[in-house]
Design a protein around this ligand. Structure first.
Ligand code: FES
Length: 105
C-alpha cells in the first residue's frame, strides 16, 4: 500500500510498502529518517513514534494496551500519536500519511 512519510522539516517520502509489513518496517526498508524502531517492532522502545495525519486515525486498527503504555515513553505525544510498528500495512490503509516527530527520545 502507498504510505507517505513526512519528516518534521516537511520532506515527503511517498513509498509503496508491501502489505504485511508494519509502517515502522516500511520506513526502515526505505531508510526514511525519523523512525528508529530500535526494538525491532516488539512494542518495547517507543522509537517508532509517528503522528497520524488528520482523518486517518479512525481508519487504523485501535491501539492495544501495550502500545498505549509504551507510547507514554515517547517524546511529545499528541492526540494523533501512534507507534508505527503496531500499524500493519494492508490495502485498507492505502494512502496513509504519517509525520515523524522532531526526535524519538
Ligand atoms: Fe519499538 Fe515500535 S519499534 S516500539
Amino acid at each position: 500500500a502507498k504510505i507517505k512519510y513526512i519528516e518534521c522539516d516537511g520532506t515527503e517520502h511517498q513509498v509503496d510498502v508491501p502489505n504485511g509489513l508494519s509502517v515502522m518496517e516500511g520506513a526502515i526498508r526505505y531508510t526514511i529518517p525519523g523512525i528508529d524502531g530500535d526494538c525491532g517492532g516488539a512494542c518495547a522502545c517507543a522509537t517508532c513514534h509517528v503522528y497520524v495525519e488528520n482523518g486517518w486515525m479512525e481508519k487504523l486498527a485501535p491501539m492495544e494496551d501495550l502500545e498505549r503504555d509504551m507510547l507514554d515513553f515517547a517524546f511529545d505525544v499528541k492526540e494523533n500519536s501512534r507507534l508505527s510498528c503496531q500499524i500493519k500495512v494492508d490495502e485498507t490503509i492505502d494512502g496513509l500519511v504519517v509525520r515523524t516527530p522532531a526526535r524519538q527520545y
